[in-house]
Structures are given as structure tokens and as C-alpha cells.
Design a protein around this ligand. Structure first.
Ligand code: ZN
Length: 688
């Protein structure tokens, strides 16, 4: 048998993927009987609202490497694929589409809008599946789940009911991060922060007895319309005698009190601050503690309300300008510090300044309260599991970050005001669950709704592989909800990858023109080349630099593998070797080469077991190029090495290479003149 003179990735890849699919081995139930011990990775469901980008290519490659390796190790390997409806994310993408068509979601009936977005999402989901296949993903498509599948929603509702019974869910009025443009509250994940220089206004608040002023500093004078107190720190000597005294709130004539609270920073401004419970998170908490009134003065459309007539209806910027003018006119503006540095929260999609705002009928999950039926809060059970090493982080340093973040948990607002999502049962306002509430249940929700027995067999799963940037938002929530709903951790290992950056370590963005489109480069250089470029040198938890040059380098490696295999096959012709049983006697050189290979295989295995794929891939790369091609083939040409050893070492090297470069290795294996125990390299035994 002879290989074509050139490796044509484009032709080979689709054919090989079909071969794998037809073999049925992506489904663990079809694996040969030697595969007994289960191994499971649940795929973080990609958003089905667009095309795959290089970040997707990275996680797909890493998870496929792990799955293929464990499958060859004889595990009953399940990699369960999924797709995410991605609530707000998709809503925003769809909003843009509507905008282009001259439509607006607020004018479309809710049911119709939902149906439209569903169709849009399902169409995108199909595209995404095709792209995952192009990347070589050896996941079990027969078990694919979508976050809006009926049986997934059922599991999500069961958890919600359990939380309610345990009195861990409550409804309340809370301050939420409101985006006026998108008309929804946002989680902390959906905010971005920007350092700005803003004017800091020093305003005189006259005492009720007209005996002087108290001066407060603020960057948002317009919110004074909703002030219900002025606060100072109890340890602040300057204000000791003033606590309890009354003040007349300028421009409104309303009387408010001076209170003291530990939360006040003595160093900010004058040390006396206005308290606006309706429009500031910290002020809301102070208000709750001191039983202050909450007066909402900014509407969810961003207009002034509940204020003196001349301000009502103005937008926030207009109101700020007018109020500063009026204070000046009344001689109540002490001074303006024009270059005060502060940090503002913005909507991560439209970059509008977030308006903290009170919202009624919000659903919350208590993170730090004990459930009625259990001993530990959601937070404490997750912390305990991590401290008990039931969950191991790769890299290790992420454990510390995880535990630190868990210390400062607030109750979780799980309601959203958008259309696209899982409806909250029993909510009169048609709100939906925060996407993270359902995706936080993904590992057990999927395994409970695929095949009977899957949950018992595959849960807890072996690895959760995802980006470190969603450690808190997703991994922490999966840990808490997983333990809460099932009594067991959802995964034993968490592998966190970094961000893919360009060769100068710059973030990839369309505007910089440095984006690498995975589909484009796979087309030119082949999928195996891209996969190697994404794995070699990629240490967990750190950002990865990638360039077209790097990908090209591994295309050359694929060519090298092909040419070496072609040479070996021309030498060995059609003779069918029984690989483990040489008919010829081996000379001492042969024996040494086999021994050397076993040492390499052992080292690679160790690195794989320790999640050091970046080392394992490089080792086998160097072995193949610099030992097998440069030395062993040359020795063979000088008749110092037997045919048997040449073929054996090629076939064994292909196995080590397979998890990283599945297509080229499988294609060669299919043509290899050896007696094969298996139909595919994919299910061959890992070299020992
Ligand atoms: Zn927005």
C-alpha cells in the first residue's frame, strides 16, 4: 500500500470524521469491552448565537485531547456536547439583528419574539455543531443537550423547588444593576469597569436650625433628590456632636437626619456623605440597617421622577447640570474638584453607565444561610469540598482565588427581565432565570436527562475544563448547586485555560485586525496543525500567544509525519506485521530503540495524567522529528535497524500523537500494513 505523495488535510478530515462517527465509538456504550471504568467531561455549552472563534477552538482541542487519551487508556469515555441559549448574550445579538431590519424588540409581542429567537438560535446551533466536527471533537452527539431542552428545564425547576422548600429563595426589593438601553438588570459578570476623571461636587446641606452647614461630596449631585440621610463614620472626631441632628435637603426642602455608620470612609471628601438608598448598593444596605426610606428618583427609562416638578422628566445628565446650576444660584455649592478619579460601572454590551435602581419582585438565592433540611449553606458546602480536595484545581493557584472569592458572597439575584430564557415558575412579571442559574446545574442536569443510568455511571464527572475568567460565575455556581442538588461535587478536577492572544500577547479584536479565524486557518493548514499550535506551550491558567506562523510550523510537522510514514510503508510493502510478535530476532540496537521508546511513552503518559498537555505534546513532537525521522530512519537506511522496529515505532508514535493530531494519524493508521486489533486508531491501546 502506498500513501499519496502529499497529505491533503481538506480531503482527509471529512472522510476520517465520518469514519469515526460510523464506528459509533464516540458513544461510550459502543466501545469495545475492555473499556470499563467511566470517564466523563461535560462540554461547557458554547453560545449558539454566532460562529466559533479561536477561544472555542482552544477548549474543544483541550477537551478532545483529554477524551481521546482516556479512551485509548481503556476508559469508557463520554464527552457530552451541548449548546447554550445564552440568555442576555443572545438577546443582545438578536437586538442588533432587529435594529438592522428597522425593528425593535419592545414592539414585538413576547411570544412571537421568543419564537423568533428560538429559530435563530437553533439555526446557529446547527452551524456550531458542524464547526465542532471540523475541529475533530470526539463527543457523543447522540447525547447532545440544549439548555432549553424540556428535560433540562425540568431539572432546573426541581432545584428551584428544593431551594424554595429549604427557604433559600426569597423575593424582595433590591438594588439591581440596571441598563437603561437594554431594559434589564445585569449580574456583576455583565458589568465592565472604567477608570474616569469626574468632577467631585462639594455641596452645603444647611442644618434645620439654620445654624451653618454640613458639607458633603458627591460625583452624582442629581441623586440628592433621593437622599434620605447624611452619614458619617462614628469614629470621626469632627462630627461627633452632630449625629442625630437634622438637615434640610437643598432643592427639595425635605428634612433628613445625620446618622453614623462604620461603612463610611472618613477619607472620602469631607467624611460626610449623602445616603441615597434607591440608587446605590452600599447606601441601600445602610438604609436597610437604619430603616431609612427608599425614594426612587430615576425611572427604569433613565428619567427623573418623584422630585420637584422642574426636574421630573429630565434625563440624568440634564438633571445633573440643572441641579448644579440651582445649587450655585442658591450659594450652596462650596467647590468642585475637577479631577477626581473614580471607577464607573458600564453595561458590557452597550457601555452605558449602569444605574443602580430598586426593583421589586426580584428573586434571590441565599448563599450563606443554612438550608432547612441541611447543615451547610451553599457557600460553605462548596468551600468544604474544595478544602477536602474533593475538587482539585489545575493550576493549583486557582484554589486560593476561588476560596478568597467565596468569602464575599452576596445573595444571588436570579431574575432577569428579558424574554429569552427559562421562565421563573410562578412569577407574575414574566421574568426569566439568570442564565447562570440554569448553566450552574449543567453537569447533573445533562446526565439526568440523557440516558437512564448515565447519572449513576458518570457523576461526579472527571474534569470541568473552562476559561479561568468564569471561575466564579460558572465553576463556583456549578460547585454550589451541584453539591446542593446531588450531595456530591459535580467534577473532580477543574482545568482552567487562559485567553488566546496574538503573537505580541495582544487581545484579539476585529478593530485591531489581529483575529485568527479558526475555520480559515483550518482550511489552509489543516485542523491538526491548529490543534497542535493551541496545545504546545499552553500552560493552564495563562494566556496563550498564537500566530499564523506557529500554525504553519505544525502544518510542516503534519507533512513530516506523512512523509516519514510514506517512506516506512514503501519499505515494508504489503507485508502484514504482527506488531507485538516479531518473527525475526531483534539485534541489540533494535532492543535499545524499543526500550528508549517505552521510556518516552512513560514520560508522555505521566505528563498527560498531570494535565501537562503542553509538555506531553512537545515531547512526542521532538521524539518523532528528531529521533524517529532524523536518526532511526537514517539508521534503517544503513541497515542497522530492522523493518519490524521501524514499523513498530511508527505505529506506536502515531498512538502518542493521536490525541493531539487525530486526523493525520488516523489516516496513516488506516493504511498501515499491520494486523490491527481495532477498527480505528481512536480506540487502540495507549502505549505502555
Ligand atoms: Zn446595555
Amino acid at each position: 500500500m502506498e500513501l499519496p505523495s502529499q497529505y491533503n488535510a481538506k480531503e482527509v478530515e471529512d472522510k476520517i470524521y465520518q469514519l469515526w462517527e460510523k464506528s459509533g465509538f464516540f458513544n461510550p456504550d459502543n466501545l469495545p469491552t475492555r473499556h470499563k471504568k467511566p470517564f466523563c467531561i461535560i462540554m461547557p455549552p458554547p453560545n449558539s448565537n454566532g460562529s466559533l472563534h479561536i477561544g472555542h477552538a482552544l477548549f474543544v482541542t483541550l477537551e478532545d485531547v483529554m477524551t481521546r487519551y482516556q479512551r485509548m487508556q481503556g476508559k469508557k469515555a463520554l464527552w457530552l456536547p451541548g449548546a447554550d441559549h445564552a440568555g442576555f448574550e443572545t438577546q443582545v445579538v438578536y437586538d442588533k439583528k432587529l435594529e438592522k431590519e428597522g425593528r425593535n424588540r419592545f414592539q414585538i409581542p413576547k411570544d412571537q419574539l421568543y419564537q423568533e429567537i428560538l429559530e435563530f438560535t437553533l439555526a446557529n446551533k446547527k452551524v456550531m455543531e458542524r464547526q465542532l466536527k471540523k475541529l475533530g471533537a470526539s463527543c457523543d452527539w447522540s447525547r447532545e443537550k440544549f439548555t432549553l431542552d424540556e428535560n433540562i428545564i425540568k431539572v432546573v425547576y426541581e432545584t428551584f423547588e428544593k431551594l424554595k422548600k429549604d427557604e433559600l429563595v426569597y423575593k424582595g426589593k433590591r438594588i439591581v444593576n440596571w441598563c437603561v438601553k437594554h431594559q434589564t438588570s445585569l449580574s456583576e459578570l455583565e458589568l465592565k469597569y472604567e477608570d474616569r476623571t469626574s468632577p467631585l461636587y462639594y455641596i452645603k446641606y444647611p442644618f434645620s436650625d439654620k445654624n451653618g452647614f454640613l458639607i458633603v461630596a458627591t460625583t452624582r449631585p442629581e441623586t440628592m433628590l433621593g437622599d434620605t440621610a447624611v452619614a458619617v463614620n462614628p469614629k470621626d472626631e469632627k462630627y461627633k456632636g452632630l449625629i442625630g441632628r437634622k438637615i434640610i435637603l437643598p432643592l427639595t426642602g425635605r428634612e433628613i437626619e445625620i446618622i453614623s455608620d462604620d461603612a463610611i470612609d472618613k477619607e472620602f471628601g469631607t467624611g460626610a456623605v449623602k445616603v441615597t438608598p434607591a440608587h446605590d448598593m452600599v447606601d441601600f444596605e445602610i438604609g436597610q440597617k437604619h430603616k431609612l426610606e427608599t425614594i426612587q428618583i430615576i425611572s427604569n427609562r433613565g428619567k427623573i421622577i418623584n422630585s420637584p416638578e422642574k426636574y421630573n422628566g429630565l434625563n440624568v445628565e440634564e438633571a445633573r447640570k440643572k441641579i448644579v446650576e440651582d445649587l450655585q444660584a442658591e450659594g450652596l455649592l462650596e467647590k468642585v474638584d475637577s479631577d477626581y478619579k473614580n471607577r464607573v460601572s458600564l453595561c458590557y454590551k452597550c457601555a452605558r453607565v449602569i444605574e443602580p435602581m430598586p426593583l421589586d419582585n426580584q428573586w434571590f438565592v441565599r448563599m450563606t444561610a443554612k438550608p432547612k433540611s441541611g447543615k451547610l449553606s451553599l457557600r460553605d458546602s462548596a468551600v468544604k469540598a474544595v478544602k477536602d480536595k474533593k475538587i482539585v484545581f489545575v493550576p493549583k493557584r486557582m484554589e486560593k482565588i476561588f476560596l478568597h472569592w467565596m468569602k464575599n458572597l452576596r445573595d444571588w439575584n436570579i431574575s432577569r427581565q428579558i424574554t429569552w430564557g427559562i421562565p421563573i415558575p410562578g412569577d407574575e412579571n414574566g421574568q426569566v432565570f439568570d442564565t447562570w442559574f440554569s448553566s450552574g446545574q449543567w453537569p447533573f442536569a445533562t446526565l439526568k436527562s440523557t440516558k437512564k443510568g448515565d447519572f449513576e455511571k458518570f457523576y461526579p464527572t472527571d474534569v470541568m475544563e473552562t476559561g479561568w475568567d468564569i471561575l466564579f460565575f460558572w465553576v463556583a455556581r456549578m460547585t454550589m448547586l451541584g453539591i446542593y442538588a446531588t450531595g456530591e461535587v459535580p467534577f473532580k478536577n477543574v482545568y482552567l485555560h487562559g485567553l488566546v492572544r496574538d503573537k505580541d500577547k495582544q487581545k484579539m479584536s476585529k478593530s485591531k485586525g489581529n483575529v485568527i479565524d479558526p475555520l480559515g486557518v483550518m482550511d489552509i493548514y489543516g485542523t491538526d496543525a491548529l490543534r497542535m499550535a493551541l496545545v504546545v506551550g499552553n500552560t493552564p491558567g495563562n494566556d496563550l500567544a498564537i500566530s499564523e506562523e506557529k500554525i504553519k510550523g505544525y502544518r510542516n510537522f503534519a507533512t513530516k509525519i506523512w512523509n516519514a510514514s510514506r517512506f516506512v510503508m514503501m519499505q515494508t510493502g504489503n507485508s502484514k506485521f504482527e506488531i507485538r510478535n516479531p518473527k525475526q530476532t531483534l539485534n541489540s540496537k533494535d532492543k535499545k530503540l524499543i526500550k528508549d521508546f517505552k521510556k518516552i511513552a512513560k514520560e508522555v503518559t505521566k505528563e498527560m495524567d498531570e494535565f501537562k498537555f503542553y509538555v506531553a505534546s512537545e515531547k512526542i513532537y521532538h521524539y518523532f522529528w528528531h529521533t524517529f525521522c532524523d536518526k532511526i530512519i537514517e539508521d534503517y537506511k544503513e541497515k542497522r535497524v530492522s523493518q519490524y522496529v521501524l514499523l513498530t515505532l511508527l505505529s506506536e508514535s502515531l498512538k502518542l500523537l493521536h490525541p493531539f493530531m487525530p486526523f493525520v494519524t488516523e489516516e496513516i493508521y488506516q493504511q498501515l500494513p499491520i494486523k490491527k486489533k481495532q477498527k480505528c486508531l481512536m480506540v487502540e491501546s495507549w502505549p505502555k
